[in-house]
Each structure stands twice: as C-alpha cells, then as structure tokens.
Design a protein around this ligand. Structure first.
Ligand SMILES: [Zn+2]
Length: 626
C-alpha cells in the first residue's frame, strides 16, 4: 500500500508507503535501541546521494538560481522548437535536482523524526519546491496554447523532442478540457475554497475527535485510537473486538451530520470541476488522467458481483470454525488460527526472498542481490525512526528501502513487496529518459504485489507444518477480502454517491448509511449480522476524499495475481514480458503497458482468476480444518 505525497509541485511522487501494523494489542513496545547501536551493515547509504550536508547545500543553491533561469523561457515556447526543447530539458534538470535534494533530507529525517537538523532542511526545501512549482507553471498552458500544426512541425524538426512524444500526446488529450484563460484564472482562485470540505474532514477526524476508553486483552481500560482499533479488531478475545467496534462507531455516529456534510461537500466540489471542464461524468474526469475507460471501472464492479459466492462461503466457514452462533462484522478480522511462531532472522528472510523470486529470472536475481547487499535498505527499527515501510526511487541514484524488520513472516513479505517497487524504479530509470521514468500508481502496486504472491506461493509449496500452512492461507484470504472485495465495495459506493449528486439529489447522513448498509449485506451475504452501528463506516474512510482512487487496489492486485500465475506456469516467455513491463516506466498508458506484460485489464479475466484462486485456497483451508 502507499499514500501519495501531495506537497510536491514537481514529479517527485516516487515514494511508496506500506501499512504494516506491528506491536502488541496493548500498544506496548519492547526496547528500541538508539540509531548509533545499529550496525552499519543494516543501514542504507544515503551518502550515495550526497557525501555530506555541504554538498546538499551547494545543490540547493544551484536549484535556487536555476529557478530564475527557467522563468526566462516564459512566453518563448511558441518561438522555436529549440526554445521548447531547451525549456523542457531545463525543467527535467530541476526535477532531477529537486528529487535528489528531497530524497536526502527526507530519508535522513526518517532515520530519526525528532532530529531537528533534517526537519529544518526538509522544511526549507519544501518551500523552495513550492517556488519551483510556481516558476514552471507557465509551461503546460503555453504548450496547450500552441496551434496543433506548430507543435507537429516542432516535433518533426527537433530530434530531441522525440523523448517527449508520450508527454505531448497525453497533454493533447486534455486540451478539450482546458478553459479560456479568464475561466482558468477564476478556477485557480477558488481552488483553496473548494478544499474546505477535505480540510474540515481531516481536522475533525485526526485532530478534534476523541475516542473513549476501551478494554484491551489484559482487561485494562485504554484510550481507543484508529491505530489501536486495527489491532483490537483482530483480537481473538471477542469482547475486546466487540467493544472496540462499538466504541469506535458510536463516536463517529456522534458527528454523523458533520461527516455527511464534509463528504457531500467534497463530492459536490468534484462534480463541479468535472462539469465545468466538460467531462461526461466525475468518474470520466478521474479516470481520464491515465486514459482508463470508465467501462474498466464498471466491469470490475460487475465481475466482483458475479463472484460474491466465495466471499459468502468464507463468512460461513469463519462462523463455523470460530464456533459462533451468529457472526458479526467485528468477527471477520480475527484469524482462524492462533498466531504461529515461525521467526525469520533477517539473513534468513533475505535467502527466502531470493529463492521465492527465482521465477523472475537471473537478471532480476542479480539486481536483487545488489540491492540487498549494497546499502539500499535501512533494516531495523531505532529510536525515533519512521514507522512502516516504503521504497524510494530517485532518478540518478539507486533506490532506497525503509523497513522496520522484526523477524516475522509479515516482515519478509514487506521486504519482497518493497524490493518489488525498488527494482521497478531501478529498471525504469535505467531504461527511460527522465520524462518517462516515473511509473503510474496503477502500475506501481503490480510490481510489488507480484513479489508478495510469489513469496506466498513458494512458502505454501515448501511448508509441511499444518499450522503454518493455515496461518499463510488465512493471511492470503484476508488480503483478498480486504483488497479485492472490500475495495470494490468502496468503489461501488463512490460510483453511487457521485451518480446521486450528478442527478442533483441531496446526500445526507441517512442516505450514506443506507447505501453503506445495503452494500455490506450484498457483499457479505445472509450469514452475517450487519449491525446498525456499521452504517456510519463510510465516515472514516479518508480515501473517499481522493475520488475514484481505491479501484486501483483491485486492478493492481488482480493484475499481479494474473502475472504471477503466468510466471509460474509459462516461465521464460512470461518472464521476458514481465521484465519489459518493469523497463517501461511511464512511457505509455498503464493499460497498454500491462497488456504488453500479458494482462488485459479491460477484460473480466484478471479478476476472475483472482477470485478463483481465492476459492481454491478456501477449499484448502476447509480441508485442513476438518
Ligand atoms: Zn506498495
């Protein structure tokens, strides 16, 4: 998983975050050493970016003076193909320097988030990057204003403009949605105001709202938080998970009208922009950025609907094996098997990942080996270190990976996942010019999830211990439930609320509740009790403020499943296509890139394959449990 970094004006969004929830259900942590106690061989080599802070400062000054230079191109892009090329090259250079500066400061900051030096450097740079955004803002409007014939002539005249072909074609598609300069000026002036709904949501959900106390597994009353909720809801103690569920949703319910107002306000804002910019619908406007037809979205929902039976069977099995007379939503997250202890010290985890990823071929294996042994990875937790995991691809240096490795199977899986992102970045940058080196979010999670699936496949094939097998299958089933079924339900909810709003009808807390409740009943089937409290769950999903975003979790996961299947069954030919996919970076639209790799996301096949695998795993689990 990841979240987008929104503060950056240039294309620096190369960071991929993972959600890894660690720690005991009490929120206790064991002794965490200071960074100085971590041996150097487990630390990343940020000195591969800048040998010291002085060199960073020099580059910072260079960036600052380059900003003045690039503004001199304003108004000149129509003059000649040379001016256009020079300006684009200059902007690439700014992007590369900015990326380098940001990576160094931010990753140092993440080593110890309480370190004020790198906080200062990061902050200072973020201000400069905002200036860079403003200084380069003239470029796209000027290109869009060029008459088609002029741009065609320029592209024919200037060999150097070839590497921007995809960029120009992509920009041209947006032409019909660009308004007159006067209208654009008004739109840019209201953009702060239209952000208000999302800002209010964030303030309420993350700053002002307070949760009550709830019971933990030791029977102690502790303060509930979203973080603790995600641990308590998995508890094998039914009382703990039920209390957490009730306490969380009762609190959201208290602010139901405010949440309804922020969500409907956000919907209205997006509908306004889509209509003003002449899109067929808000969905069309959201998907057009990556040239994804709305049919892909609709087919996804339809295909999942036709394959709900395995999910209903999963619920029934959980009810049976947890020995419950009635199963509620708060019973779904708890594992069917007790936590099994099969630790993987880091060196063993490395070996396991290398073996499991063999189907990706010898070249991939070599790059992986380099990555694992040459300072790409920051392995262990230390005092003040950023939690979770991410990969950072940076043009001109090797990628970096932050982990908080804690010897569990999950940590090995996270390592495989993040190395998937890292090697995707590596291949893209080795094979693409800067202009097309950045891959889309649509493609990003395919490269990481394929690795996770290959690792799981290897584990299931080589494990003889029944409990470990059950643990792995359970984990897989929960992943598909949470990623494919649940996110499709989210995607369907979004589609419904946008259609209601586009038809001019009002969205209220009650209408959101009813839609949410009915979707849960349809998805989870008649075996589950959908408690009244659950109706408010829509209020706590921050992704609804990034419209039509979550469906990409489903497409990413099912593309990865399909590609992993091919790699295992077809060998060499599938392998070549897969490596080409990694090399493609952002040189084409996501659907085209994936089609070349061997998976057609406009067909129902990838989702059918995924849910068929889900069903097969369900059979295996049933067999092992009876
Ligand atoms: Zn990821």
């Amino acid at each position: 998983m990841f979240k987008m970094l929104r503060v950056l004006p240039l294309s620096l969004t190369r960071i991929k975050y993972s959600n890894t929830s660690g720690g005991a259900a009490t929120g206790e942590t064991s002794h965490v050493p200071p960074r100085s106690e971590i041996p150097d061989q487990y630390k990343w080599h940020l000195e591969d970016i800048y040998a010291n802070d002085e060199l960073w400062q020099q580059d910072f000054n260079t960036l600052k003076s380059s900003l003045k230079e690039i503004t001199q191109y304003a108004g000149t892009l129509k003059n000649s193909s040379q001016d256009l090329l020079a300006c684009l090259k200059e902007r690439d250079e700014l992007g590369i320097i900015s990326g380098r500066l940001y990576a160094f400061a931010r990753m140092h900051k993440d080593e110890n988030t309480s370190d004020t030096k790198y906080q200062g450097m990061t902050g200072k740079l973020e201000s400069l990057l905002a200036e860079a955004g403003a200084a380069t803002a003239f470029i796209e409007p000027e290109i869009l204003a060029l008459p088609d014939e002029t741009l065609t002539t320029f592209r024919q005249q200037e060999e150097g403009l070839k590497e921007y072909s995809f960029y120009f074609d992509n920009l041209a598609r947006q032409k019909e949605h660009v308004l007159s300069p006067k209208e654009e000026a008004i739109l840019s002036r209201v953009s702060d105001i239209t952000q208000a709904s999302e800002n209010t949501f964030n303030m309420l959900a993350h700053a002002d709202m307070e949760f009550p106390q709830t019971i933990d597994e030791q029977g102690q009353m502790v303060q509930l938080s979203e973080g603790r909720y995600s641990l308590f809801i998995r508890s094998s103690d039914r009382n703990v998970r039920q209390q957490a569920f009730t306490n969380l949703f009762t609190t959201y319910n208290r602010y139901r009208n405010t949440f309804a107002s922020t969500l409907s306000g956000n919907v209205k804002q997006n509908v306004f922009y889509a209509k003003t910019r002449n899109y067929a619908s808000t969905l069309d406007s959201a998907l057009k950025g990556d040239n994804v037809p709305t049919e892909v979205y609709d087919n996804l929902i339809a295909t999942v609907h036709m394959n709900l039976a395995p999910l209903h069977r999963y619920v029934a099995l959980k009810k049976k094996f947890l020995q419950l007379t009635d199963i509620h939503m708060y019973d779904l997250y708890t594992p069917l098997v007790k936590e099994v202890n099969f630790p993987f010290p880091y060196e063993e985890g490395l070996k396991l990942v290398c073996t499991a990823l063999k189907p990706l071929g010898s070249e991939y294996a070599q790059i992986l080996d380099t990555g694992l042994t040459s300072g790409w990875i920051d392995v262990y937790e230390n005092k003040g270190k950023q939690t979770g995991a991410y990969s950072w691809g940076n043009y001109g240096t090797h990628p970096f990976v932050l982990l908080n490795y804690n010897n569990r199977y999950d940590d090995v899986s996270t390592l495989a996942h993040e190395m998937g992102h890292a090697i995707h970045s590596y291949y893209s940058q080795e094979n693409q010019p800067y202009a097309t080196s950045s891959y889309t979010i649509f493609c990003a999670e395919v490269a990481s999830t394929t690795n996770e699936i290959l690792l799981l496949h290897h584990m299931l094939n080589t494990t003889t211990d029944k409990n470990i097998k059950l643990y792995l299958i359970n984990q897989y089933l929960e992943q598909v439930r949470a990623t494919v079924y649940r996110q499709t339900m989210f995607a369907e909810f979004e589609k419904m609320i946008y259609e209601i709003s586009e038809e001019g009808e009002t969205l209220t807390a009650d209408s959101f509740d009813t839609l949410w409740h009915d979707l849960n009943v349809a998805y989870y089937g008649s075996d589950i009790v959908v408690d009244k409290e659950l109706g408010i769950e829509w209020a706590r999903i921050p992704h609804f403020y990034s419209e039509f975003y979550v469906y990409q979790y489903v497409t990413g996961y099912s593309a990865a499943t399909t590609l992993a299947d091919k790699l295992l069954k077809e060998g060499q030919p599938a392998q070549e296509k897969y490596i080409n996919f990694l090399k493609s970076g952002g040189s084409d639209y996501s659907l085209n890139i994936l089609k070349q790799a061997g998976v057609d996301m406009s067909s129902p096949k990838p989702i059918e394959i995924t849910l068929n695998n889900f069903s097969t795993m369900l059979d295996q689990m049933e067999k092992l449990l009876t």
